[in-house]
Design a protein around this ligand. Structure first.
Ligand SMILES: [Zn+2]
Length: 129
C-alpha cells in the first residue's frame, strides 16, 4: 500500500490540507504569511542599519578615518540601492511615479526627477534637447 501523507490542520485558516505550504500552513496561507512577515521585518532591518550607521558615525567623530571612509561609501551605496529598488518597482512591479512618491513622501514629479532614467534627461543640461 502506497504511503499517504497525513492530513494536517493549517495553523492560520484552520482548514484541513493535504499538500503543505510550509511551517504548518496550507498552500494558500503560506505565501500570505510570508509576505506579512517580510513587511514586519523591513522596519527592523532599517533600524538595525541605522544602529550600524550611528556606530560608524561615533567612531568617525572620535577621529577614526576608516569609519568616515565607510560612511561615505555607504552613502553612495545607499543611493545606488535606492535607485535600483525604485527601478524594480517601476519595471518589475508596474508601480507609478505617484505610488513611489507617496511612499517616499514626495510628489510624483519629485520622485521622477530624482529617480527617472538618465536616458530621459539630456546628457548635458542646457546643451540642446
Ligand atoms: Zn490556511
Amino acid at each position: 500500500m502506497a504511503y499517504q501523507r497525513p492530513l494536517e490542520l493549517c495553523t492560520a485558516c484552520r482548514q484541513i490540507f493535504a499538500e503543505a505550504g510550509c511551517g504548518g500552513l496550507c498552500r494558500s496561507c503560506a505565501p500570505v504569511q510570508m509576505q506579512q512577515r517580510r513587511q514586519r521585518e523591513a522596519p527592523e532591518l532599517g533600524a538595525a542599519c541605522i544602529r550600524l550607521f550611528q556606530a560608524l558615525a561615533r567612531r568617525a567623530g572620535d577621529g577614526e578615518l576608516e569609519a568616515l571612509e565607510q560612511l561615505a561609501f555607504l552613502q553612495d551605496s545607499l543611493q545606488m540601492q535606492l535607485g535600483a529598488a525604485v527601478a524594480g518597482y517601476r519595471d518589475g512591479h508596474g508601480y507609478s511615479w505617484a505610488d513611489i512618491g507617496r511612499v517616499l513622501g514626495v510628489t510624483r514629479q519629485a520622485a521622477h526627477k530624482r529617480f527617472g532614467r538618465a536616458t530621459t534627461a539630456p546628457a548635458h543640461p542646457g546643451r540642446g534637447l
